[in-house]
Design a protein around this ligand. Structure first.
Ligand SMILES: [Zn+2]
Length: 436
């Protein structure tokens, strides 16, 4: 995050409906910020700088543990400036960047270099996931202790995964001794030969498909090894009914947490019948039955939180037939609105559970974020729950445009985002904390 001139100044946000399940706050209140931290939450607070937020909802800033900002290596698709602008536009104040960059983040100098660059160039708090294996190749373990010293928050091989159970087990044991969590994209590549979910939609579309077992078998393996090794394992983007149930079985038997994505919660594989490359993603969009089970697993806490897997791609990698397109969706800017519209308004998910799943739980996982407790970092998302808007290419802050929600009407929009007491996204015209 950039150094900001106003970081030490006091700010009072007045009249918003404050909702923070982690602190038990739920009602119209004022929030005083001082020294970049929450100083007081109460009634009738005043200060030299005041921001009128009446009519808005105020949440702890959202935290996204799975993002691809394409830096280093593919800055034409995203970089620290555009990625963090997209995050801020979506109410995210903390983001974890995945290591599948070019070069791969598998050496301490690369990790510390990106950490330092993010401090200068990112509008939000940006954390680095380092590689679990050199080159994400799934054979030679990285120097995890040194990667941690260099500033890595966790380790992951993300997309390529670790295809050998014995190698993954060693990685978990080493990560545990180094004090790092392991974030796992669970996919058995011997089963994953297609580009979409193997179901009715794939059959009608006539495209090569991958069975759900590609995710489920790898998830089961990871959970068994997590229970045995005692490693802190996080399963990312859970998308099937069976994988969600497996996570539920292992809760309490292993140090396991899990997330799912906005797109797996709101979209289904029916979209692949368009044959448009835009709708290719990994893990693939699933049938309605899986979507329903994943929603219920998020509702009851089996799935701890939401992560977007924000994955920008240039048009020439997405505007292709399904089989040729790169997998991945943008996520930051539409996450809250998509989930508020489809789950809170559409499925009666309590708004407090959505805030818990976007702020409090991922904030705890990262450490010290996602709370408006006195003394916590003043990281805040301000939302207008009444605003209706349509997702358009021109309105996106990302350098890429591969949103599966383009043209969709949504309800609820982030209008202001505050990091460390300073406004880093402003659709209110409040003009506070303008960077100098
Ligand atoms: Zn992934």
């Amino acid at each position: 995050m950039s150094t900001r001139s106003g970081a030490d100044r006091e700010l009072v946000i007045r009249g918003a409906h404050v909702l923070d399940p982690s602190s038990g706050l739920d009602g119209v209140m004022d929030v005083r910020i001082s020294g970049g931290r929450v100083a007081e939450v109460g009634e009738d607070l005043h200060g030299v700088r005041e921001l009128d937020a009446s009519g808005l909802h105020l949440f702890p800033g959202f935290v996204d543990v799975h993002a691809h900002w394409r830096t280093p290596g593919r800055e034409e698709e995203e970089d620290l400036e555009s990625g963090s602008a997209a995050a801020a536009a979506g109410g995210f104040t903390g983001v974890v960047m995945m290591p599948n960059t070019d070069p791969v983040l598998d050496r301490p100098a690369l990790v510390s270099g990106l950490v330092r660059r993010a401090e200068r160039e990112s509008r939000v708090r940006a954390y680095v996931a380092a590689a679990l294996h050199a080159g994400l190749a799934g054979s030679e373990l990285t120097e995890m202790r040194l990667l941690k010293e260099a500033g890595a928050l966790c380790v992951s091989d993300d997309g390529p995964g670790t295809q050998n159970a014995d190698v993954l087990r060693s990685g978990m044991l080493y990560a545990r001794s180094a004090g790092l969590a392991v974030l796992l994209h669970c996919e058995d590549r011997s089963l994953a030969k297609g580009v979409v979910h193997d179901g009715v939609a794939a059959a009608l579309a006539g495209v090569p498909a991958t069975p759900a077992s590609a995710e489920d078998a790898a998830t089961a393996t990871a959970l068994v090894l997590a229970a045995e090794t005692g490693a802190r394992v996080h399963i990312t983007h859970v998308s099937t009914a069976l994988s969600a149930a497996l996570v539920g079985f292992f809760k309490g038997r292993a140090g396991v947490t899990a997330d799912t994505t906005p797109h797996h919660l709101t979209l289904t594989d029916d979209l692949v019948r368009t044959l448009e490359g835009l709708y290719r993603v990994n893990p693939p969009l699933r049938p309605e039955g899986d979507r329903r089970e994943v929603i219920e697993a998020l509702r009851d806490g089996t799935l701890d939180f939401v992560a977007t897997d924000h994955a920008p791609h240039a048009a020439q990698r997405k505007e292709l037939p399904l089989q040729e397109a790169a997998p991945g969706f943008l996520g930051h800017e539409t996450a809250f609105a998509a989930l508020y519209t489809e789950l809170v308004l559409g499925e009666s998910l309590p708004l407090s559970r959505l805030v818990e799943a976007m702020s409090c739980a991922p904030g705890r996982w990262v450490g010290g974020l996602g709370s408006l407790a006195v003394g916590a970092p003043a990281d805040i998302a301000l939302a207008d729950l009444e605003e209706e808007w349509t997702v358009e290419r021109e309105s996106l802050s990302s350098r890429s445009h591969n949103s599966p929600y383009l043209g969709r009407r949504m309800r609820g929009r982030i209008v202001g985002t505050i990091v460390g007491g300073e406004l880093v996204h402003d659709r209110m015209g409040a003009k506070l904390g303008v960077r100098t």
